[in-house]
Design a protein around this ligand. Structure first.
Ligand code: HPA
Length: 242
């Protein structure tokens, strides 16, 4: 039963899917953490893999960049492939002065300038929030890993913003968001949270801060973006299998 954007069959996906933006990163993570990884879809190069971690099934699939792309894959996974939880693992730009490059953000809620959730319930400003159970599992793993000295940077839990533009920001917006305690910016979580609410399923975004919008002095290189996601991945796997 392939769907328009996923060439897989019933049972090809695990109930839990880790979702990086970049399909090549999905492949690298699958190779890194899955026992017996199997390619289950590759339409448009959006690679998806299924295998096991400590015997528990887990899938990893790219989302592409931006809320429309991520929404297509999340909707098809939830509605046709019996997926119950999606954990986005990606990068984000730091906004709060309390957040540093290399830190991890567990996005408990996502503000957005996108219209995707605005269209859901006319007249309602939909609150895009993470699944509490997944956020709690990720947080507990962060406390355990930190106590064992296994984490790279700090872990924060709080709000982010999912913007539609990467290269355009209204003047002063980032500073105002920082003043409202917003930790970071990325481009997918708010829509993902809306889709999970619509399907009665679970979603969470766990983000590695790759650059800081208010201080670019220690932004990650392209290569660092590829390698410095181990802490986020650890929390994501714990949440996915919780
Ligand atoms: N903006 C949006 N998404 C991002 C950024 C950013 O600055 N950095 C990493 N992902």
């Amino acid at each position: 039963m392939p769907t328009p954007h996923i060439r897989a069959h019933s049972g090809d996906f695990a109930p839990a899917v880790l979702m990086p933006g970049d399909p090549k990163r999905a492949e690298r993570i699958a190779t890194l953490i899955l026992e017996n990884p199997r390619l289950v879809t590759d339409i448009r190069g959006m690679l998806g893999f299924t295998g096991t971690v400590n015997g528990q099934p887990l899938s990893i699939m790219g989302s592409g960049m931006g809320q429309p792309s991520a929404s297509i894959y999340a909707t098809e996974l939830f509605s046709h492939y019996d997926v119950q939880r999606i954990i986005r693992i990606g990068t984000a730009g730091g906004i709060s002065p309390n957040v540093a490059v290399g830190d991890v953000v567990i996005a408990t809620g996502a503000h957005t300038d996108s219209a995707m959730n605005q269209l859901r319930i006319p007249g309602v400003n939909f609150s895009a929030v993470a699944d509490f159970h997944l956020a709690q599992a990720a947080w507990e793993e962060s406390q355990r890993a930190a106590a064992n000295g296994q984490l790279d940077g700090k872990v924060h839990a709080g709000t982010i913003i999912s913007r539609d533009h990467f290269y355009f920001t209204p003047e002063g917006q980032t500073e105002k968001l920082a003043a409202h305690g917003v930790l970071a910016v990325e481009m997918e979580a708010a829509a993902l949270y809306g889709i999970a609410a619509h399907h009665g399923t679970q979603a969470l975004a766990i983000l590695t801060v790759s650059d800081h919008l208010l201080d670019h002095s220690s932004d990650m290189s392209a290569q660092e973006r590829e390698t410095r996601f181990q802490s986020a991945l650890k929390l994501a796997v714990a949440a996915a299998l919780s």
